[in-house]
Design a binder for this molecule. Structure first.
Ligand code: ADP
Ligand code: MG
Length: 253
């Protein structure tokens, strides 16, 4: 495990991104992103469609391999060839727009599958922890049903519980409410808001500006693969610095 030299002084940094580039062929999707996320910090990543938000998140758990640059999670260089991708993914949970639940498994089995099969947690312990998580997301009574019987909002809450079951240090959310009917957005945002109180580090790509403003400690505004703004919600929403952010906010608010 390679630790970054200065990590003994910066122990509270959960994610450290240094000059991250990602190209798909000739398409330069991420062009030199650098930022640090402290432990327990909640960041909202916003920006126009195609600006590289999903690619940025996906690099943080190696669903995409960065073209160049470094990403440290908890001081571990995940871009090093020696790093264990499975270990990183255990430590960095991800929730997608389209849930991706296992359709042939009950809700409970969805939540216990990875703890039991990847982490080798004792089955009874995994079930108890899963029931606790399902209780937290308000779905304990759905433990034995299959995902097809759930609403979109319920599916997404199960997906969050499933991700949390691995006890990750960092949670990534890629537009978790974008595929939901409007009446279900709130219940998912409520669960995420509760989560921000637990001290877990969160990076959330969202178009929910009110939510970002309320819960994020920091806003990252991406524009054409560059970090165009990195500001507090107050600074960003009240006084955006770049024209692209101004235009974006005019359309969104
Ligand atoms: P956002 O999430 O901000 O909408 P994305 O990160 O999904 O943006 O995509 C940024 C750009 O990268 C888009 O032009 C998209 O088409 C392109 N892109 C994303 N993933 C791939 C891929 N696997 N192969 C080729 N191009 C991709
Ligand atoms: Mg996206």
């Amino acid at each position: 495990m390679r630790l970054k030299e200065d990590y003994n002084v910066a122990v509270d940094v959960a994610v450290d991104v240094e000059d991250l580039y990602k190209f798909f062929g000739n398409l330069k999707v991420l062009r030199g992103i650098s930022t640090k996320v402290n432990k327990g910090e909640v960041i909202a990543i916003i920006g126009p469609s195609g600006s590289g938000k999903s690619t940025f998140l996906r690099c943080m758990n190696l669903l995409e391999t960065p073209t160049s640059g470094k990403i440290y999670i908890d001081g571990v260089d995940i871009t090093s060839r020696k790093c264990d991708i499975m270990k990183i993914r255990q430590n960095v949970g991800m929730v997608f727009q389209h849930f991706h639940l296992f359709p042939h498994m009950t809700v409970l089995d969805n939540v216990t599958y990875a703890p039991i099969n990847v982490k080798h947690v004792d089955k009874a312990v995994a079930r108890q922890e899963a029931m606790d998580l399902l209780t937290k997301v308000g779905l304990a009574e759905k433990a034995d049903v299959y995902p097809s019987k759930l609403s979109g909002g319920q599916k997404q809450r199960v997906a969050i519980a499933r991700s949390l079951a691995m006890k990750p240090q960092v949670m990534l959310f890629d537009e978790p409410t974008s595929a939901l009917d409007p009446e279900m957005v709130k219940e998912v945002l409520e669960v995420m808001k509760d989560l921000t109180q637990t001290g877990i580090t969160m990076a959330i790509v969202t178009h929910e500006m009110g939510f970002a403003r309320e819960v994020a400690h920091r806003i990252l505004f991406l524009d054409e693969g560059r970090l165009a703004e990195d500001a507090t919600p107050q600074e960003f929403f009240n006084n955006p610095q770049c024209d692209r952010a101004k235009q974006f906010l005019e359309k969104m608010l």
